[in-house]
Design a protein around this ligand. Structure first.
Ligand code: GDP
Length: 527
């Protein structure tokens, strides 16, 4: 019974956005409501800004901040809320994608002036792969932006999801008067730069009440009435089930920096968002209320002190109860491990936890046992699936500059790949190491760390590849033909899967056309 209660009160989610839409600001306001922090400005922005390579320490410092804010837990309305932080910088997008495998829902922040941006589209693609429930928060309503109806259309067409406004803005920019809460039928009047958390909310179950005209003015009141009529005509009534299945995204409007519309968002979130969900393994689906503990590693963070090569592996608990100092089975290594200091993160504070429940994330100190995607259980042999690698976009060949130090290089590159910093492809002849990433920044990180942490001497040479696709076929002979024809473009990933490296989108298209019996996969998750 207690276990069930613990599960039901948890909400584990991520906030995603294109950089600058207001993710950090919104996170901070949510933490204020939960009392997890006392003052604004306490959540450090973990935006990684690229300046010069010499600024590597700056990147590391910022990565350090992102450790501290990896998981932010707070309590609100009887719920235990875990926000999993996602790096905003596009070069670290893979980190974000993997973190999305550990959440049960997301809040997507959109800037009302910029609408749907490039990074928004990519992140939503990942959410759709997993049918993750999404709530949209349209931010910066205190500024002039796009028409709200146009924004909704843009979200539907570009993000391929239906929307259902549960709040509606009254004007925007200088004319922004507030937000009508469609869900609760009340009106929240805007006053800029609110510093305190207040409840200046007026209930309006009948919008024809002339008091509305007095409160916001005759014209805006009329406009609101007709817009709400339109909304009710155009959109189906809100059905929480369609939200939970990832088909419909409820939409809220507000201004995070002014702490406006945030409470409405949080209240609705607590009411409708899912409690921890089960996860698929290669054997069965594991449900949170299964008695036996299980969990998976979705993120690994290197120690910032190069003298200590230990790392923190972030484990999402899927079922049962995780306990400190208890032996668990590391499935890939086939050995038992116990953890004397599992750590939880509360805003800036870290503390040792004795137990954790489904939906929780704990940090495990690790000296090299973990890779991203690893499963821990009480003994049952199974592996969580659904933590894919994504096709990289930039490729460089790693060259060893000091044959005396190849061991260091091999060890270093292996550990960095375990952390998911980049992907390694081995090409024959000569076991050539091709490193693929989603952003240029990772090459700086890799070179710096190989040199400083592992004492290797190496350099990168750019390779002219556009993408990597995993290839499979039911027809062994056809696959062999293809490999013979494309020898120079074939490599193996870390697990020995075959990969086709294509120089241009056109060459990939040609290959797909000429070899219909071969399937080209954009992510490593195809089994
Ligand atoms: P992130 O990159 O998504 O984390 O965005 P931030 O939270 O760092 O916000 C980017 C910028 O937008 C900052 O300068 C914020 O102060 C500003 N900002 C955030 N919310 C609002 C808002 O509601 N209105 C306005 N005018 N600015 C905002």
């Amino acid at each position: 019974m207690k276990h069930q209660t613990e599960i039901e009160k948890r909400r584990t989610f991520g906030i995603i956005s294109h950089p600058d839409a207001g993710k950090t600001t919104l996170t901070e306001k949510l933490l204020l409501f939960g009392g997890a922090i006392q003052t604004a400005g306490a959540v450090k922005n973990n935006k990684i800004k690229k300046t010069a390579t010499s600024d590597f320490m700056e990147i590391e410092k910022q990565r350090g901040i992102s450790v501290a804010t990896s998981v932010m837990a707070f309590k609100y309305n009887g719920k235990q809320i875990n926000i999993l932080d996602t790096p905003g910088h596009k070069d670290f997008a893979e980190d974000t994608y993997r973190t999305l495998t550990a959440v049960d829902s997301v809040i997507l922040v959109i800037d009302c002036a910029n609408g749907v941006e490039a990074q928004t589209e990519k992140l939503m693609e990942v959410c759709r792969m997993r049918n993750t429930p999404v709530i949209v928060f349209i931010n910066k309503m205190d500024r002039e932006g796009k028409d709200p109806f146009d924004l909704l259309d843009e979200i539907e067409s570009k993000l391929n999801i239906k929307v259902r406004p549960l709040a509606w803005p009254i004007g925007m920019g200088d004319r922004f008067k507030g937000v009508y809460n469609i869900y609760d039928e009340n009106l929240n009047l805007f006053s800029a730069n609110k510093t305190k958390i207040s409840d200046e909310v007026v209930s309006f179950d009948d919008l024809n009440n002339p008091e509305l005209d007095e409160l916001i003015g005759e014209e805006p009141a009329e406009e609101l009435r007709s817009e709400l009529d339109l909304i009710n005509g155009v959109y189906d009534d809100f059905d929480p089930e369609t939200y939970l299945s990832g088909e419909v995204a409820p939409v809220f409007f507000g201004s995070a920096v002014n702490n406006f519309g945030v409470k409405e968002l949080l209240d609705a979130f607590v009411r409708i968002s899912p409690s921890p969900r089960g996860r698929e393994t290669d054997v069965k689906k594991v449900e949170p209320n299964d008695n036996k503990f299980s969990g998976f590693v979705f993120k690994i963070h290197a120690n910032l002190d190069p003298k200590h090569r230990d790392r923190i592996a972030f484990l999402r608990i899927v079922s049962g109860k995780f306990e400190r100092n208890t032996f668990y089975q590391h499935i890939r290594l086939g050995k038992k491990l116990k953890f004397p200091n599992p750590t939880s993160f509360m805003a800036q504070d870290k503390s040792v936890v004795d137990e954790a429940f489904p939906g929780d994330v704990v940090g495990l100190y690790d000296s090299g046992n973990f890779k991203i995607g690893d499963t821990l259980t009480e003994g049952e042999v199974m592996n969580f699936v659904g933590i894919p690698s994504f096709a990289p976009e930039i490729f460089q060949e790693l060259q060893n500059l000091d044959p005396m130090k190849s061991k260091q290089l091999d060890k270093g590159i292996k550990q960095l790949m375990d952390e998911g910093v980049a992907q390694l492809f081995i090409q024959q002849p000569g076991n050539r190491k091709i490193v693929g990433t989603v952003g240029q920044l990772q090459f700086d990180v890799i070179l710096h760390r190989l040199t400083h942490e592992y004492g290797a001497k190496c350099s990168f040479t750019p390779k002219n590849y556009h993408t990597a696709c995993w290839i499979t076929s039911d027809d062994e002979a056809k696959l062999k033909d293809f490999m013979r024809a494309k020898t120079g473009n074939i490599a193996e990933d870390k697990d020995g899967n075959l990969v086709f490296l294509a120089e241009t989108p056109f060459l990939l298209q040609m290959a797909e056309r000429d070899y219909p019996d071969i399937t080209f996969h954009k992510t490593s998750e195809f089994k």
